[in-house]
Design a protein around this ligand. Sequence first.
Ligand code: BG6
Length: 534
Amino acid sequence: MVLRMNQAQQLDELMICRLNGERKAVEPCTIAIFGASGDLTARKLIPALYHLQKEKQMPTEYRIIGVARREKTDASWREELRGALDEFSRTKPVDEVEWKEFSQRVFYCRGDLADAATYANLAQTMANSSDPAVRGNSLFYLATSPSQFAEVAKRLNAAGLLSKDPGPGWQRLVVEKPFGHDLESARALNRELTHYAREQQIFRIDHYLGKETVQNILMFRFSNAIFERLWNRESIDHVQLTVSEKLGVGQRGGYYEEAGALRDMVQNHLLQVLALVAMEPPVSLEAESIRDEKVKLLKSIRPLQSGDVVRQVVRGQYFAGNVDGQTRPGYRQEAKVRADSNVETYVALELFIDNWRWSGVPFYLRTGKNLPISTSEVRIQFRPTPNVLFAAQCGPKLDPNALVLRLQPDEGISLRFNGKVPGTSEQVRPVRMHFSYDAEFGAYTPEAYERLLLEAIAGDATLFIRRDEVEAAWQIADGIQKAWDGKPLSNREFYAAGTWGPVAADDLLAREGHAWREPVVVNGENKGLAVKRT
Ligand code: BG6
């Protein structure tokens, strides 16, 4: 794994420890994007590739070929992408010189993904490059509907573009989420893909792993002795992982009806973050060592039988309400959503990790749409002090220490501890220390897709999900989904848009004497401070 700290150049170079020496070289290649007319391509992939070009991180030679059904020419696709970049680029305005350089490497290949002629056409377009390395190294990005993943791999293979032994160059498949719908379909997809490519050629995306703050969890844990020593059942009371979103499902009702919050967020993003927070130290920073530990952790999560699901998992669905003063329709009124849908837009769960380090420590996870704020954070809640001195005097008012990893927005880390209120009184109250990415490293915040695309081009699989990992995560989600199937939502499982989910989510923690801590909004920003729900 390679650490990239562009802004850290402001610091003394001597203090920067580069892991694994220099990054793997990025070799000239062709990047073929299937699903080139889709939203992901316009909003994420093209802006990410443009920024990699702008920051001189792309290979010396490369070509991007978009494959999709709509009738377009190279010129019209370039024009369309330029419009998308003007809208979605994280840096504005678009740099004309970089765009010119970038756009001349962009080509379009029209065709139906189920038609062999499309792949012959793609092969021809790829062969047009005069550079043998660009011709020999290919990254196939599957940004299509998931039902087409296996078909595209099969047809690439039939056209001679993808094989397990690609000869002198390399061939890689990048596969978007959702990877399967449940354990069975994920296994089937794994079987199909590994029929045409070796596991090492398959890069399964979870864009949370591309986020700087998520990558930092490993660095933070294993390069700081003071925290790692406390990182266990002896010192930690419980962990809260919140990924809340202010948006509702919007135009994605059709997709969401098939997914729900469990499949859309918990099975992938939340379990990935949990794995990084709780895993054992890997034997090295190689992709396989890190992924081995993540899989071990996922397998140590106590499986939930249907009785456990009733006790430990809360689902919810929003009804009409207000978010930031804006009226929001209920989920059942959203476009392409059934009027009697039981799909969950909120999940809270209590998980236990049955291993030596974490035995008995509850991990509370929650995620939902149309919640009051958008934030992702991990709160490590330490055990309270012994019930003498201040704890005895202040009772529950003496807050236990907490470490909050603020994943987004206002990325950083906050440590909360108690201090004496100045003056003659004996009052003690919580104070906090903040580390902020912006303050320390400047406003350099690459999009997750920039990092992920770069790693896939470099062939480093650390930030991608391995076959056994995706299956272990589905095993957990499946147990929950099975317990819900065929059970309509009860009244207690609804929440008004703009609130923190169903009341049952509070009861889940209250049972153990805990409470969700909500990130406070300070000056319009989440500062990672915590207050109890009132
Ligand atoms: C996606 C989900 O994977 O992640 C979306 O499909 C969700 O429903 C999104 O909104 C959240 O990502 P982020 O990076 O905005 O936290």
